[in-house]
Write a protein that binds this ligand. Structure first.
Ligand code: THU
Length: 233
């Protein structure tokens, strides 16, 4: 299969076929790509702007402008007003594009602990970190909370949406840590999204007192929602 390389073709959109992509420029000058990532449970879909802004914030950066052509992201106006973004309706030559691929860490638990410091938890003060392993490298995720509670993203979904925007769809495993909880357990929405994008992969959950459990992603969502009627409409 021909590899898709242009961001305009990278959306995961099996239900609508609607491409949606953008770049959010941070105050650091780094530019963060975002694409639409749908879910069979439609309300769990991630818009391009949500993915890009959360990727920017999860990198300790602050969004300042958005480059967007083609289909407009859902709730674009919310993100523009929340972060006072300059809207630029063309995509210029971009040089400093965020590369989500990091080397595989020698000690995932230490990396998860370090990564948690980047979580943006303005409401919960509850940091979560995720390391998503792909054949091309390791993708980082932390939870990001924004003014509207329901529009932030969990750590797992920040990592997955960064991967999709980088054209990566194959995942071997993911590590997740939530140091303030006794037992680390992904939320229902993340189980749903993980199960759609990497059902056969492994998830490692890092609990308190250095304990670790290993699961197949699909085992975390028994009898998950499915319907052949929804695909390729
Ligand atoms: N959170 C995650 O990042 N992953 C999960 O699986 C559970 C919840 C975050 C979202 C929010 O920022 C905070 O934890 C409290 O819900």
């Amino acid at each position: 299969m021909k590899e898709k390389s242009s961001i305009s073709e990278l959306s995961y959109n099996p239900y609508s076929k609607r491409d949606e992509y953008c770049y959010v420029e941070g105050k650091s000058g780094v530019v963060y790509p975002g694409v639409r990532v749908e879910n069979i449970s439609f309300p769990l879909s991630i818009s391009a702007v949500q993915a890009a802004v959360c990727s920017c914030l999860a990198n300790g950066d602050q969004p300042k402008a958005i480059y967007q052509t083609g289909n407009r992201s859902e709730l674009l106006e919310y993100w523009i007003s929340e972060f006072d973004l300059e809207l630029i309706e063309e995509i210029p030559e971009l040089t400093q594009i965020y590369n989500p691929l990091y080397p595989f860490p020698e000690h995932p638990e230490k990396e998860l602990e370090k990564l948690c410091k980047q979580a943006v938890t303005i409401h919960s003060d509850f940091p979560v970190s995720a390391l998503l392993y792909t054949e091309k490298g390791c993708i980082h995720g932390v939870n990001v909370e924004v003014g509207a509670w329901s529009l932030g993203l969990c750590a797992e979904r920040v990592a997955l949406s960064r991967a999709i925007a980088a054209g990566i769809r194959q995942f071997s495993h993911i590590h997740v840590a939530a140091p303030k909880s006794e037992f680390c357990s992904p939320c229902g929405a993340c189980r749903q999204v993980l199960n759609e994008l990497m059902p056969k992969s492994i998830i490692y959950l890092h609990h308190n007192k250095n304990s670790l459990t290993k699961h197949f992603v699909e085992h975390l969502l028994p009898n998950g929602f499915t319907s052949g009627a929804l695909k390729n409409r």
